[in-house]
Design a protein around this ligand. Sequence first.
Ligand code: SAM
Length: 300
Amino acid sequence: MGAGTERPRDPYRRFDLPGAQPIADLQQPVLICGRAEQGLDLLPDRSVQTVVTSPPYWSLRDYDIDDQIGRDDALADYVKSIVMTFDKVRRLLTDDGTAWLNVGDSYTSGNRRYRAPDRKNRARAMRVRPPTPEGLKPKDLIGGPWRLAFALQDAGWWLRSEVIWHKPNAHPESVRDRPTKAHETVFLLSKNKDYFYDVDAVRGPNDRRLRTVWDINTEPRRRDDCGVEDHPAVMPLTLAARCVAITSRPDDIVLDPYAGSGTTLLAAHALGRKWAGIELNPAFVDLIERRLGQWATASP
Ligand SMILES: C[S@@+](CC[C@H](N)C(=O)[O-])C[C@H]1O[C@@H](n2cnc3c(N)ncnc32)[C@H](O)[C@@H]1O
Protein backbone atom coordinates (compact mmCIF):
# COMPACT_ATOMS: atom_id res chain seq x y z
CA MET A 1 0.00 0.00 0.00
CA GLY A 2 1.73 3.18 -1.11
CA ALA A 3 1.48 6.79 -0.08
CA GLY A 4 -0.93 7.50 -2.94
CA THR A 5 -3.56 5.12 -1.57
CA GLU A 6 -3.85 6.40 2.01
CA ARG A 7 -7.16 5.73 3.68
CA PRO A 8 -8.97 8.09 6.00
CA ARG A 9 -8.92 7.13 9.68
CA ASP A 10 -11.76 4.84 10.85
CA PRO A 11 -13.31 5.85 14.12
CA TYR A 12 -12.55 3.17 16.73
CA ARG A 13 -13.93 2.43 20.19
CA ARG A 14 -11.69 2.06 23.26
CA PHE A 15 -12.56 -0.17 26.23
CA ASP A 16 -10.68 -0.41 29.52
CA LEU A 17 -10.68 -3.58 31.63
CA PRO A 18 -11.98 -4.57 34.06
CA GLY A 19 -15.54 -3.35 33.77
CA ALA A 20 -16.18 -3.32 30.02
CA GLN A 21 -19.37 -4.94 28.69
CA PRO A 22 -19.43 -7.57 25.91
CA ILE A 23 -19.09 -6.05 22.45
CA ALA A 24 -21.97 -7.02 20.13
CA ASP A 25 -20.24 -6.52 16.79
CA LEU A 26 -16.89 -5.49 15.35
CA GLN A 27 -18.13 -3.39 12.46
CA GLN A 28 -16.24 -0.51 14.05
CA PRO A 29 -12.63 -1.26 15.14
CA VAL A 30 -12.02 -1.78 18.88
CA LEU A 31 -9.02 -1.21 21.10
CA ILE A 32 -9.11 -2.92 24.50
CA CYS A 33 -6.73 -2.06 27.33
CA GLY A 34 -6.31 -5.10 29.61
CA ARG A 35 -5.33 -8.77 29.72
CA ALA A 36 -5.84 -10.68 26.48
CA GLU A 37 -7.35 -13.55 28.47
CA GLN A 38 -10.17 -11.21 29.60
CA GLY A 39 -10.47 -9.00 26.54
CA LEU A 40 -11.10 -11.96 24.24
CA ASP A 41 -14.18 -12.90 26.30
CA LEU A 42 -15.79 -9.60 25.26
CA LEU A 43 -15.70 -10.34 21.52
CA PRO A 44 -18.44 -12.12 19.53
CA ASP A 45 -18.21 -15.76 18.29
CA ARG A 46 -16.94 -16.36 14.73
CA SER A 47 -16.32 -12.66 14.10
CA VAL A 48 -12.59 -12.70 13.29
CA GLN A 49 -11.10 -13.87 9.98
CA THR A 50 -7.44 -13.82 10.89
CA VAL A 51 -5.13 -13.18 13.84
CA VAL A 52 -1.64 -11.74 13.45
CA THR A 53 0.13 -11.69 16.77
CA SER A 54 3.39 -11.86 18.61
CA PRO A 55 3.02 -12.66 22.31
CA PRO A 56 5.87 -11.94 24.72
CA TYR A 57 8.57 -14.60 24.33
CA TRP A 58 9.41 -16.68 27.36
CA SER A 59 11.93 -15.01 29.70
CA LEU A 60 13.22 -12.66 27.02
CA ARG A 61 11.81 -9.21 27.76
CA ASP A 62 10.32 -7.38 30.66
CA TYR A 63 7.32 -5.23 29.67
CA ASP A 64 7.34 -3.83 33.18
CA ILE A 65 3.74 -4.50 34.13
CA ASP A 66 1.90 -7.00 36.38
CA ASP A 67 0.01 -9.86 34.71
CA GLN A 68 2.26 -9.86 31.64
CA ILE A 69 2.86 -13.30 30.20
CA GLY A 70 6.36 -14.58 29.45
CA ARG A 71 7.67 -14.01 32.99
CA ASP A 72 6.44 -17.38 34.29
CA ASP A 73 9.08 -19.33 36.16
CA ALA A 74 8.14 -22.54 34.39
CA LEU A 75 8.28 -22.79 30.62
CA ALA A 76 5.36 -25.24 30.79
CA ASP A 77 3.21 -22.57 32.48
CA TYR A 78 4.02 -20.10 29.71
CA VAL A 79 3.06 -22.63 27.03
CA LYS A 80 -0.14 -23.48 28.92
CA SER A 81 -1.17 -19.84 29.20
CA ILE A 82 -0.71 -19.19 25.47
CA VAL A 83 -2.63 -22.35 24.61
CA MET A 84 -5.48 -21.27 26.90
CA THR A 85 -5.56 -17.84 25.26
CA PHE A 86 -5.55 -19.46 21.84
CA ASP A 87 -8.54 -21.62 22.90
CA LYS A 88 -10.40 -18.35 23.31
CA VAL A 89 -9.12 -17.14 19.95
CA ARG A 90 -10.59 -20.26 18.29
CA ARG A 91 -14.06 -19.36 19.47
CA LEU A 92 -13.72 -15.97 17.78
CA LEU A 93 -12.46 -17.24 14.45
CA THR A 94 -14.75 -17.87 11.49
CA ASP A 95 -14.80 -21.51 10.37
CA ASP A 96 -12.26 -20.72 7.61
CA GLY A 97 -10.19 -18.51 9.91
CA THR A 98 -6.45 -18.62 10.66
CA ALA A 99 -3.84 -17.33 13.09
CA TRP A 100 -0.27 -16.21 12.41
CA LEU A 101 1.86 -16.63 15.52
CA ASN A 102 5.28 -14.97 15.61
CA VAL A 103 7.64 -16.23 18.32
CA GLY A 104 11.39 -16.12 18.74
CA ASP A 105 13.57 -18.69 20.46
CA SER A 106 15.98 -18.13 23.34
CA TYR A 107 18.64 -19.87 25.38
CA THR A 108 18.54 -21.11 28.95
CA SER A 109 20.10 -18.69 31.38
CA GLY A 110 22.86 -20.97 32.60
CA ASN A 111 21.27 -20.41 36.03
CA ARG A 112 22.01 -16.70 36.08
CA ARG A 113 18.98 -15.20 37.80
CA TYR A 114 19.30 -11.70 36.35
CA ARG A 115 20.13 -10.24 32.96
CA ALA A 116 21.69 -6.80 32.82
CA PRO A 117 20.27 -4.34 30.31
CA ASP A 118 21.72 -4.51 26.84
CA ARG A 119 22.93 -0.98 26.05
CA LYS A 120 21.26 -1.12 22.65
CA ASN A 121 18.08 -2.73 23.95
CA ARG A 122 17.16 -1.81 27.51
CA ALA A 123 14.03 -3.97 27.58
CA ARG A 124 16.19 -7.09 27.36
CA ALA A 125 16.95 -6.81 31.08
CA MET A 126 15.01 -9.23 33.27
CA ARG A 127 14.70 -8.42 36.95
CA VAL A 128 14.37 -12.13 37.66
CA ARG A 129 15.30 -14.82 35.17
CA PRO A 130 13.63 -18.22 35.45
CA PRO A 131 15.64 -21.32 36.32
CA THR A 132 16.74 -23.71 33.56
CA PRO A 133 13.68 -25.80 32.63
CA GLU A 134 13.70 -29.46 33.63
CA GLY A 135 15.36 -31.58 30.96
CA LEU A 136 17.43 -28.71 29.53
CA LYS A 137 21.01 -27.76 30.28
CA PRO A 138 22.65 -24.37 30.74
CA LYS A 139 23.18 -22.70 27.31
CA ASP A 140 20.65 -24.99 25.60
CA LEU A 141 18.51 -23.48 22.83
CA ILE A 142 15.04 -23.81 24.33
CA GLY A 143 13.02 -24.57 21.20
CA GLY A 144 10.18 -22.42 22.58
CA PRO A 145 8.41 -21.85 19.24
CA TRP A 146 8.18 -25.57 18.52
CA ARG A 147 7.13 -26.46 22.07
CA LEU A 148 4.30 -23.98 21.59
CA ALA A 149 3.45 -25.30 18.13
CA PHE A 150 3.21 -28.90 19.37
CA ALA A 151 1.00 -27.84 22.28
CA LEU A 152 -1.31 -25.92 19.94
CA GLN A 153 -1.49 -28.92 17.62
CA ASP A 154 -2.43 -31.10 20.61
CA ALA A 155 -5.11 -28.54 21.47
CA GLY A 156 -6.75 -29.02 18.05
CA TRP A 157 -5.14 -26.39 15.80
CA TRP A 158 -3.95 -27.33 12.32
CA LEU A 159 -0.30 -26.35 12.01
CA ARG A 160 -0.03 -25.36 8.35
CA SER A 161 3.30 -23.62 7.90
CA GLU A 162 6.52 -22.61 9.60
CA VAL A 163 7.76 -19.36 8.08
CA ILE A 164 11.30 -18.27 8.85
CA TRP A 165 11.37 -14.51 9.24
CA HIS A 166 15.00 -13.86 8.26
CA LYS A 167 16.35 -10.49 9.44
CA PRO A 168 19.07 -9.38 7.00
CA ASN A 169 19.96 -6.51 9.35
CA ALA A 170 20.13 -8.62 12.56
CA HIS A 171 22.35 -7.18 15.31
CA PRO A 172 25.69 -8.91 15.86
CA GLU A 173 25.87 -11.04 19.03
CA SER A 174 28.91 -11.30 21.29
CA VAL A 175 29.00 -15.10 21.05
CA ARG A 176 31.90 -17.14 19.72
CA ASP A 177 30.57 -20.68 20.04
CA ARG A 178 27.47 -20.61 17.79
CA PRO A 179 26.17 -18.69 14.74
CA THR A 180 24.55 -15.33 15.36
CA LYS A 181 20.77 -15.60 15.56
CA ALA A 182 19.13 -13.80 12.62
CA HIS A 183 15.61 -15.19 12.42
CA GLU A 184 12.32 -15.73 14.21
CA THR A 185 9.51 -18.17 13.51
CA VAL A 186 6.03 -17.34 12.26
CA PHE A 187 3.57 -20.23 12.38
CA LEU A 188 0.40 -20.32 10.30
CA LEU A 189 -2.35 -22.13 12.21
CA SER A 190 -5.88 -22.83 11.04
CA LYS A 191 -9.06 -23.49 12.98
CA ASN A 192 -10.19 -26.22 10.56
CA LYS A 193 -8.68 -28.32 7.78
CA ASP A 194 -9.88 -25.91 5.06
CA TYR A 195 -9.41 -22.18 5.45
CA PHE A 196 -9.17 -18.93 3.51
CA TYR A 197 -5.73 -18.43 1.94
CA ASP A 198 -5.17 -16.12 -1.02
CA VAL A 199 -2.15 -17.64 -2.71
CA ASP A 200 -1.84 -14.70 -5.13
CA ALA A 201 -2.14 -11.91 -2.57
CA VAL A 202 1.62 -11.65 -2.08
CA ARG A 203 4.21 -12.89 -4.58
CA GLY A 204 7.85 -13.63 -3.91
CA PRO A 205 10.94 -12.58 -5.91
CA ASN A 206 10.53 -12.99 -9.70
CA ASP A 207 6.78 -13.21 -9.18
CA ARG A 208 7.12 -16.74 -7.82
CA ARG A 209 4.71 -18.11 -5.21
CA LEU A 210 5.78 -17.17 -1.73
CA ARG A 211 8.38 -19.47 -0.14
CA THR A 212 8.73 -20.16 3.57
CA VAL A 213 11.75 -17.89 4.14
CA TRP A 214 10.89 -14.21 4.26
CA ASP A 215 13.67 -11.60 4.24
CA ILE A 216 12.37 -8.58 6.15
CA ASN A 217 14.54 -6.05 7.97
CA THR A 218 13.71 -5.18 11.57
CA GLU A 219 12.65 -1.57 12.03
CA PRO A 220 14.70 0.77 14.23
CA ARG A 221 13.15 1.83 17.53
CA ARG A 222 11.47 5.16 17.24
CA ARG A 223 11.57 7.97 19.77
CA ASP A 224 8.71 10.34 20.44
CA ASP A 225 9.01 14.12 20.41
CA CYS A 226 10.42 14.08 23.97
CA GLY A 227 13.12 11.55 23.02
CA VAL A 228 11.32 8.71 24.86
CA GLU A 229 11.68 5.34 23.13
CA ASP A 230 8.44 3.66 22.12
CA HIS A 231 7.75 -0.07 22.12
CA PRO A 232 10.79 -2.37 22.51
CA ALA A 233 9.62 -5.20 20.20
CA VAL A 234 7.84 -3.77 17.19
CA MET A 235 7.02 -6.14 14.34
CA PRO A 236 7.91 -4.71 10.89
CA LEU A 237 4.80 -3.34 9.17
CA THR A 238 5.76 -5.32 6.04
CA LEU A 239 5.56 -8.61 7.96
CA ALA A 240 2.18 -7.85 9.54
CA ALA A 241 0.77 -6.59 6.23
CA ARG A 242 1.90 -9.68 4.37
CA CYS A 243 0.08 -11.97 6.83
CA VAL A 244 -3.06 -9.82 6.78
CA ALA A 245 -3.13 -9.72 2.97
CA ILE A 246 -2.79 -13.50 2.57
CA THR A 247 -5.48 -14.69 4.99
CA SER A 248 -8.18 -12.00 4.92
CA ARG A 249 -10.31 -10.08 2.44
CA PRO A 250 -11.26 -6.39 2.46
CA ASP A 251 -13.64 -5.58 5.34
CA ASP A 252 -12.77 -8.81 7.22
CA ILE A 253 -11.82 -8.45 10.87
CA VAL A 254 -8.20 -8.86 11.92
CA LEU A 255 -7.30 -9.41 15.59
CA ASP A 256 -4.13 -8.93 17.62
CA PRO A 257 -4.57 -9.99 21.28
CA TYR A 258 -1.00 -8.80 22.17
CA ALA A 259 -1.12 -5.59 20.17
CA GLY A 260 2.04 -3.89 21.52
CA SER A 261 2.43 -0.73 19.46
CA GLY A 262 -0.43 -1.70 17.13
CA THR A 263 1.48 -2.76 14.01
CA THR A 264 -1.09 -5.42 13.03
CA LEU A 265 -3.93 -2.93 13.49
CA LEU A 266 -2.11 -0.39 11.35
CA ALA A 267 -1.51 -2.98 8.61
CA ALA A 268 -5.15 -4.10 8.74
CA HIS A 269 -6.38 -0.55 8.37
CA ALA A 270 -3.98 0.22 5.52
CA LEU A 271 -5.27 -2.84 3.64
CA GLY A 272 -8.96 -1.99 4.13
CA ARG A 273 -9.68 -4.55 6.87
CA LYS A 274 -11.42 -3.92 10.17
CA TRP A 275 -9.53 -4.68 13.37
CA ALA A 276 -9.62 -5.47 17.08
CA GLY A 277 -6.60 -5.07 19.34
CA ILE A 278 -5.92 -5.92 22.99
CA GLU A 279 -2.89 -4.66 24.94
CA LEU A 280 -2.18 -4.92 28.65
CA ASN A 281 0.15 -1.98 29.18
CA PRO A 282 -1.73 1.37 29.18
CA ALA A 283 1.43 3.17 28.03
CA PHE A 284 1.45 1.02 24.88
CA VAL A 285 -2.29 1.56 24.38
CA ASP A 286 -1.54 5.29 24.41
CA LEU A 287 1.22 4.65 21.89
CA ILE A 288 -1.24 2.75 19.65
CA GLU A 289 -3.60 5.70 19.85
CA ARG A 290 -0.76 8.02 18.82
CA ARG A 291 0.10 5.74 15.90
CA LEU A 292 -3.58 5.60 14.90
CA GLY A 293 -3.46 9.36 14.73
CA GLN A 294 -0.69 9.05 12.13
CA TRP A 295 -2.49 6.66 9.75
CA ALA A 296 -1.61 8.76 6.75
CA THR A 297 2.05 7.79 7.04
CA ALA A 298 1.37 4.02 7.18
CA SER A 299 2.81 2.42 4.07
CA PRO A 300 3.52 -1.33 4.24
C1 SAM B 1 6.06 -8.81 21.42
S1 SAM B 1 5.03 -7.52 21.99
C2 SAM B 1 3.95 -7.23 20.62
C3 SAM B 1 4.52 -6.23 19.65
C4 SAM B 1 3.59 -5.91 18.47
N1 SAM B 1 3.50 -7.02 17.55
C5 SAM B 1 4.08 -4.66 17.76
O1 SAM B 1 4.41 -4.72 16.57
O2 SAM B 1 4.17 -3.61 18.40
C6 SAM B 1 3.98 -8.31 23.14
C7 SAM B 1 3.02 -7.38 23.86
O3 SAM B 1 2.17 -8.18 24.70
C8 SAM B 1 1.81 -7.38 25.83
N2 SAM B 1 1.29 -8.29 26.87
C9 SAM B 1 1.96 -9.00 27.80
N3 SAM B 1 1.11 -9.75 28.53
C10 SAM B 1 -0.14 -9.49 28.05
C11 SAM B 1 -1.44 -9.96 28.38
N4 SAM B 1 -1.62 -10.84 29.38
N5 SAM B 1 -2.49 -9.49 27.68
C12 SAM B 1 -2.32 -8.58 26.66
N6 SAM B 1 -1.11 -8.09 26.30
C13 SAM B 1 -0.03 -8.56 26.99
C14 SAM B 1 3.10 -6.65 26.19
O4 SAM B 1 2.85 -5.48 26.94
C15 SAM B 1 3.68 -6.36 24.80
O5 SAM B 1 3.33 -5.07 24.36
